[in-house]
Write a protein that binds this ligand. Structure first.
Ligand SMILES: Nc1ncnc2c1ncn2[C@@H]1O[C@H](COP(=O)(O)OP(=O)(O)OP(=O)(O)O)[C@@H](O)[C@H]1O
Length: 292
């Protein structure tokens, strides 16, 4: 659905993107991560045809944004950087005006989208009376008006409170479930990304340094955290079985060893086992490892 092909971009001779490629499949939720200045917004800007790459191409559903922008973006909705609204007009008037820039205003479709984002009772109020969360919902309504197949979201949960973040997460997951929406978004909220995304890419100084599935972040490592007594006896036994002792209470099991059998064996040699838990590497662990 979305394809970035060897993108390069420099600003004033300083590279912002170097040879960045990735694909997002239809119905996938894909997260773009990286420190400040890593190149995330530049990437989204290129996909939206707002930034011209020095080399490479972005394609949406096979159509090149650089060669055929209007056609490529026909089924794309976006929230890019801080959405701007006419504060002295109502949410409804804003949607009416903004949607006529690219299509004919459709009151019925607009009403449906407004209800969907939960702004039904405040859509006639002036935008200057909106909270940050309501402005984000209005931006989401605007992004959904073209009936997109792809949503591009630039730090969509930035500044939202925990309830707003949860609402947003559930909303995006529902869009994917009910409409098969493809979503690409960048964020600094790693827990959020971990809970929402199927795959992530990490950019570092303009280069893609990682891409992988969120459910496979742990790789092939089998690390367990143990609460056992006495630890020395357990450690000695586990070492003899081929385990690697990483730290007190932390071991790596070789692939052929079944953890359940290890627990039984430890109990058999009179070690008290209170806990024997797999350690899952979080997205934050991986992110810090890669970007440090
Ligand atoms: N219009 C511009 N003119 C000059 N330099 C720019 C421009 N846009 C981006 N850059 C530079 O390109 C690099 C990448 O910026 P970009 O905004 O893509 O990073 P980012 O990962 O989105 O950062 P953040 O998380 O802070 O939003 C930075 O060094 C930035 O200063």
């Amino acid at each position: 659905m979305l394809e970035l092909d060897t993108l390069h971009k420099s600003f004033g001779g300083k590279p912002a993107l170097k040879n960045v490629s990735f694909r997002v499949e239809e119905g996938e939720i894909y997260g773009l991560l990286g420190h400040n200045g890593a190149g995330k917004s530049t990437t989204l800007g290129i996909i939206l045809g707002m930034v011209a790459p020095d080399q490479g191409e972005a394609r949406i559903d096979g159509i090149s944004v650089q060669k055929n922008r209007a056609s490529a973006l026909r089924r794309v909705g976006s929230i890019f950087e801080s959405p701007c609204f006419y504060d002295y007009l109502s949410g409804w008037e804003n949607l009416r005006i903004l949607s006529t820039y690219s299509a004919k205003f459709d009151p019925a479709a607009t009403k449906a989208v407004v209800e969907m984002v939960g702004l039904g009772d405040r859509i006639r109020s002036k935008v200057r009376t909106y909270s940050h969360g309501m402005r984000q919902r209005l931006a989401l309504a605007q992004a959904l008006l073209p009936m997109p197949r792809v949503l591009l979201l630039d730090e969509p949960t930035d500044g939202l409170d925990p309830e707003g973040i949860k609402w947003f997460r559930d909303f995006v997951l529902k869009l994917r479930e009910e409409r098969g929406m493809t979503v690409l978004f960048n964020s600094h909220l790693l827990v959020e990304v971990e809970q929402m995304c199927d795959r992530v890419a990490i950019l570092r100084r303009g280069e893609r340094v990682f891409e992988g599935r969120v459910d496979q972040l742990g790789g092939d490592e089998r690390i367990y955290e143990l609460d056992v007594d006495p630890w020395e006896k357990a450690a000695h036994f586990l070492e003899l079985q081929g385990c690697q002792i990483l730290a007190p209470g932390r071991v790596s099991l070789p692939p052929e060893l079944d953890p359940a059998l290890m627990v039984a064996a430890l109990v058999g040699i009179e070690v008290r086992v209170s806990a024997f838990c797999p350690v899952r590497r979080s997205l934050e662990d991986l992110y810090l490892e890669i970007t440090r």
